[in-house]
Design a protein around this ligand. Structure first.
Ligand SMILES: Nc1ncnc2c1ncn2[C@@H]1O[C@H](COP(=O)(O)OP(=O)(O)OP(=O)(O)O)[C@@H](O)[C@H]1O
Ligand SMILES: Nc1nc2c(ncn2[C@@H]2O[C@H](COP(=O)(O)O)[C@@H](O)[C@H]2O)c(=O)[nH]1
Length: 220
């Protein structure tokens, strides 16, 4: 006999944590921004940082800009889910908005480095899907940092010097994409999000089915 038709899902599906990392200038923030604009079902985890605000950045939208003292206070009171020193500044993910989003089944995007990705993977591996973005060439990476024209030459050189060590972590990610043509790279990210949501929804829907299956004829 076939099991009874499954009833509506009882347990809330947890949100997806989409982590995107790359060396500076490879284009992860551009891809992330496009995803946030086109997909209303994903929100951005707004990090705290001790870095200087760039001319184009808005407090509370791109980052919460903090002094080192304020950052240390947040870190030491366990208000950060993960944190790292990157290119000489501190960055961290506020814990509370993430835990709330996950519990409510809302998907979240994290534009964080490999150290942060490792920490989230250790703490919340079941919820994390990670993508590493590579530049097509190192020359193009350098050109993009210059064309962006948001950082001093000294900062650009520091970021370029750090890029090889960052790229060395590519294998730790679930997906790796090359951001040569932006549309192609963005399509790949959209496909990943779609597939991962489908996988989670299907697995989640199985909870009720399996429960009913096992309850169907208890004597068997
Ligand atoms: N596929 C692409 N082709 C050409 N330019 C690109 C492409 N993707 C992004 N860019 C440009 O490259 C520059 C760097 O991109 P972006 O700021 O997104 O990099 P990032 O990886 O987020 O860097 P960071 O880690 O420093 O924040 C920007 O000026 C952006 O417009
Ligand atoms: N571990 C974390 N890394 C973060 C976080 N927020 C941003 N970042 C990463 O820092 C570098 C530099 O960013 P930029 O905005 O100064 O160019 C980049 O790799 C970001 O992904 C965070 O909360 N935690």
């Amino acid at each position: 006999m076939k099991p009874a038709k499954s009833s509506p899902v009882q347990i809330a599906r947890r949100g997806l944590m989409l982590v995107i990392s790359s060396p500076s200038g490879a284009g992860k923030s551009t891809i992330a921004r496009t995803l946030l604009e086109t997909d209303k079902h994903i929100g951005l985890s707004v990090s705290v940082t001790t870095r200087q605000r760039r001319p184009s950045e808005v407090e509370g939208v791109h980052y919460h800009f903090k002094s080192v003292r304020e950052f240390e206070r947040l870190r030491d009171s366990d208000a950060l889910l993960e944190w790292a020193e990157v290119h000489g500044n501190f960055y961290g993910t506020p814990r509370e908005p993430v835990e709330q989003a996950m519990a409510e089944g809302r998907d979240m995007l994290f534009d964080i480095d490999w150290q942060g990705a490792q920490q989230l993977q250790e703490k919340m591996s079941a919820d994390v899907v990670s993508i590493f973005v590579l530049p097509p060439t190192m020359t193009e990476l350098q050109s993009r940092l210059h064309r962006r024209a948001e950082d001093s030459e000294e900062v650009i050189q520091t970021r370029l010097a750090n890029s090889r060590a960052e790229i060395a972590h590519w294998r730790e990610y679930d997906y790796v994409i090359i951001n040569d043509d932006l549309n192609t790279a963005f399509d790949a990210v959209q496909s990943i999000v779609k597939a991962e949501r489908l996988r989670r929804d299907r697995r989640h829907g199985m909870f009720d089915f399996v429960r009913e299956l096992l309850e169907e004829t208890p004597s068997l």
